[in-house]
Design a protein around this ligand. Structure first.
Ligand code: SAH
Ligand code: SF4
Length: 459
């Protein structure tokens, strides 16, 4: 979501003459787009700001300047504190207000002029962390397509209030864009060569968009995916992140009926223990989660899953943790993200007293990650010899190499002519490396062993 938001900020600033650069030191403006989900992520902010203050001072000494902005969820949660601790920051903006960036830049420039004229040597920065009543999407310019693969935000915010999570506080209430706007944007992307779209939302399957701008009833994510699949040129659709409690029958049906939908789903479960799920306010049990997976796999045989896990949430016993390990063994996730619980200010979890000691959290995380990694390697090995379609969307590290993602989100690289960049190409997997797959171009008649015939394929 932050990658998408950063791209949108660049789109909003392009008419003012700003472009994206790789070098913070020579930039005219630095926007730090922050994440507040775990403590480590937010801690980074102040050290980065310290570094950029040095660049800013140097540039000022040379008679120019760098405008510094802090965006994203740390800005939303700690805006005033950032202004206080780092007065060299010119702009603080939340994730719901970046469509107003041009206005903020103009104000910051004016404040800077005032400062440099000595009228107000403590010129105030610009702070905009409202949750506006007008959704920002109505004010954003067209997305600028940068390759064959694109993100498309369809839903924002969260009303679930899991007890560990800051998202409902930093991103605001659930909001869905209407179907017409989403389909128009996707069509526009496809016309510019986009082949793969990833639909985004904090709870993307809580999507319920009005069909028209004003009328026509509403549609859920399954129906929206059905509409998007009709767009010419759009060959692959993914969505993330979904919540188990919002996996409805129509969405599961879409996995059966829409061949463009990837045979891979990221479905966070957090824990395999009902006791923990209840304390986390996850609104689903272990059995409910397993039932959804059964339904998904029967709708789309061969569908593979990844998930998110939190270990060491307050009160987690050895038995609770063992229930998570057992769930991982049962489901065999092919990828996963796993985290040690990080208490977040303002969330109910942070007030719970039966904290799990750090060394136990750490042991559990190591054990879980070993199992998850074994599962991933087993799946990667099972892919060797298979033929699968891969959208080659970038150059690989070695000369003459192209790279892309498999239908299951594995990184794949292949020696291939640059003319295949942007194409979906049948590749035969030749080797499973620790973090990626090597492949060769499959002969056109090699489909004999394709995953489609093994019942595994999507595209
Ligand atoms: N909406 C998604 C998750 C978004 S946050 C869902 O409901 O599953 C992404 C992941 O960060 C979560 O799935 C969770 O595993 C992790 N996370 C969130 N808050 C955390 C915290 N306080 N400590 C550790 N991990 C956390
Ligand atoms: Fe956070 Fe996801 Fe729970 Fe919402 S559903 S509170 S985003 S973990």
């Amino acid at each position: 979501m932050n990658v998408y938001d950063s791209q949108r900020m660049a789109d909003v600033l392009a008419p003012l003459g700003y472009g994206v650069t790789d070098s913070a030191e020579t930039a005219d403006m630095i926007i730090l787009n922050t994440c507040h989900i775990r403590e480590k992520a937010s801690e980074k902010l102040y050290s980065e700001l310290g570094r950029y203050k040095i660049s800013q001072d140097q540039r000022r000494a040379q008679g120019s300047d760098i405008l510094i902005a802090v965006a994203g969820c740390v800005a939303q949660a700690e805006g005033a504190e950032i202004m206080r601790r780092a007065p060299h920051v010119d702009i603080v903006l939340g994730p719901q207000t970046y469509h107003r960036l041009p206005e903020m830049v103009a104000q910051a420039m004016r404040a800077r002029d005032v400062k440099s004229n000595g009228v107000n040597s403590h010129g105030q920065g610009v702070l905009d962390i409202e949750f506006p009543t007008d959704p920002k999407f109505d004010f954003l310019p067209d997305v600028r397509v940068t390759g064959p693969s694109a993100f498309l935000s369809v839903q924002e915010g969260c009303d679930k209030f899991c007890t560990f999570c800051v998202v409902p506080y930093t991103r605001g209430a659930e909001y869905s864009r209407n179907v017409v706007d989403v389909v128009t944007e996707a069509r526009h992307m496809a016309e510019q060569g986009v082949r793969e779209i990833t639909l985004l939302g904090q709870n993307v399957n809580a999507y319920r968009g009005q069909r028209g701008a004003r009328s026509g009833g509403s549609a859920g994510l399954g129906e929206l995916i059905g509409e998007l699949a009709n767009i010419d040129g759009l060959d692959l659709i993914r969505y993330t992140t979904s919540h188990p409690a919002d996996m409805d029958a129509k969405l599961i049906q879409a996995h059966r009926d829409v061949s463009e939908l990837a045979p891979f789903l990221h479905l966070p479960v957090q824990s395999g223990s009902n006791n923990m799920l209840h304390r986390m306010n996850r609104r689903h049990t272990r059995d409910h989660y397993l039932r959804i997976i059964e339904e998904l796999v029967s709708a789309r045989p061969g569908l593979q899953l990844s998930s998110d896990f939190i270990v060491g949430f307050p009160g987690e016993s050895d038995a609770d943790f063992e229930a998570t390990m057992a769930l991982v063994r049962d489901v065999g996730f092919i990828q996963a993200f796993s985290f040690m619980y990080s208490p977040r200010p303002g969330t109910p979890g942070a007030l719970l007293e039966d904290r799990v000691p750090h060394d136990i959290q750490s042991e559990r995380l190591t054990e879980l990650q070993k199992l998850l990694s074994d599962n991933q390697q087993t799946f990667n090995q099972s892919c060797v010899g298979e033929v699968m379609p891969v959208l080659l969307d970038r150059h690989g590290r070695k000369p003459g190499q192209l790279a892309g993602k498999s239908p299951y989100m594995q990184a794949v690289h292949v020696m291939a002519p640059a003319t295949l960049l942007g194409e979906i190409v049948e590749l035969r997997i030749s080797e499973a490396l620790p973090n990626s797959l090597s492949a060769v171009l499959a002969a056109p008649d090699a489909a004999g062993r394709s995953m489609q015939e093994n019942g595994r394929l999507a595209v």
